[in-house]
Write a protein that binds this ligand. Structure first.
Ligand SMILES: Cc1cc2nc3c(=O)[nH]c(=O)nc-3n(C[C@H](O)[C@H](O)[C@H](O)COP(=O)(O)OP(=O)(O)OC[C@H]3O[C@@H](n4cnc5c(N)ncnc54)[C@H](O)[C@@H]3O)c2cc1C
Length: 366
């Protein structure tokens, strides 16, 4: 079988944009199909944890990230009264030139990846939903066009049935009865790094500085809770000083974003025929420890590395699974445990030990 030269990517979220960039940098011809008619501008933070920053450096968009975002070291876990309970270390995995971790605006990261991919020659087809990821060597779009490719990457996110046909069978995704509500607010002057607040009652929140002026908040809520700014303000008003002060800044016209907590990894191989699932289409991680995005970027970096050797398709798919399958499962198991403890803490709850185990896995690149 001939070497892979032309890659079709379905979905221009984090997974698709990063994979398109990695493939085009590896010398591939790349077509990227996105159902939405305009790029998504997500007004929420993304916590760029050490292994995610290392992969952004590998993809070459490091300088832009570091220039415009809030660098920090060490994640702090505090109680409702802002007393430090413990710290989760953030090792410097990206190299001495770079900080250990960053906070940034999610939409800005998508734009950096998109701009870099387009600058390297990837072709982005907006408003082009894909109906079939692999039909006799072609991607079939809703306008009836068939686009011949050597490899198809399914990066359609956790809506698993979105691309049907010959795509691999998915395991059911577990939904935890939780959602996270995200918003961007003015940064409290004293907020110098990502802070995980274990508040009164069962309230938990992550606060991430994204630049000198702004911080992102993600508030853990029961599924179905209102995302209206007034409801957010009310919940935060009943908390300790940090969350109360942020609640007071929630204006009525402040945009909020919801993220349902899902959890699952595909059973067995992530590919069938010529189509490989990547990102949340293959593994959905709850938000704990910032690994959802980091594992998505790992898919892209490994693909880029493998494509550079000009393999034929089946060899590439096997090598990809060898580097990503078991590793993603191990990371998922630890992150899913942290999410379960949020819903139901027990005598064995030990977030710090979980964080340590996870750090040992991701310390080396995939
Ligand atoms: C508000 C918010 C904040 C987050 N913050 C963090 C964070 O701090 N840290 C972290 O680790 N993770 C975070 N995440 C999770 C992170 O976004 C996921 O890791 C990531 O979204 C997975 O990306 P994806 O590209 O696989 O899926 P998605 O982002 O869901 O992208 C899928 C894309 O595919 C397109 N699509 C779907 N079906 C088709 C089709 N048939 N044809 C063409 N296109 C299609 C969709 O329109 C979409 O653009 C956050 C998520 C949200 C929503």
């Amino acid at each position: 079988m001939a070497a892979v030269k032309h890659v079709g990517v379905i979905g221009a979220g984090l997974a698709g944009l990063a994979a398109a960039l990695a493939a085009v940098q590896a010398g591939m011809r790349v077509d990227l199909f996105e159902a939405r008619s305009a790029p998504s501008a997500v007004l929420a933070h993304i916590d760029v944890v050490p292994n995610l920053l290392r992969d952004l450096v590998t993809l070459g968009i490091d300088d832009a990230c570091v220039r415009c975002d809030f660098q920090y070291r060490g994640l702090e876990v505090v109680d409702a009264e802002a007393r430090t309970r413990f710290e989760i270390p953030t090792p410097r995995l990206a190299g001495v030139r770079y900080p250990p971790s960053l906070g940034m605006v999610y939409g800005d990261l998508l734009q950096l990846l998109r701009d870099a991919g387009l600058a390297h020659g990837a072709r982005l087809h907006l408003g082009t939903p894909v109906l079939d990821a692999w039909d006799k060597g072609a991607i079939v779009t809703a306008d009836g066009e068939r686009h011949r490719v050597d490899l198809s990457l399914i990066a359609t996110g956790p809506t698993l049935p979105a691309v049907a046909a010959t795509a691999p069978r998915a395991t059911a995704l577990a939904s935890l009865p939780q959602q996270w509500c995200y918003a961007l607010l003015p940064r409290p002057v004293a907020l110098e790094r990502t802070t995980w607040v274990i508040g009164h009652g069962s309230t938990k929140a992550m606060v991430v500085p994204v630049d000198m002026r702004r911080a992102g908040i993600a508030l853990l809520q029961p599924e179905g809770a209102s995302q209206a700014p007034a409801a957010l303000r009310q919940t935060l008003a009943a908390q300790g000083p940090l969350l109360r002060s942020l609640g007071a800044l929630c204006g009525d016209d402040m945009p909020t974003q919801l993220r349902a907590v899902r959890s699952g990894v595909l059973d067995g191989e992530w590919h069938a025929h010529g189509a490989l699932r990547i990102g949340h289409s293959a593994h959905v991680l709850p938000p704990h420890f910032g690994q959802a995005a980091a594992q998505t970027l790992e898919d892209a970096v490994v693909l880029g590395d493998l494509l550079r050797a000009r393999p034929e398709r089946n060899a590439l798919l096997q090598a990809f699974m060898a580097r990503r399958g078991e590793r993603a499962r191990r990371v998922h198991a630890l992150v899913a445990q942290a999410a379960r403890w949020d819903v139901q803490p027990d005598a064995t709850t030990d977030l710090r030990a979980l964080a340590g185990e996870l750090a040992r896995i991701v310390a080396e690149p995939a």
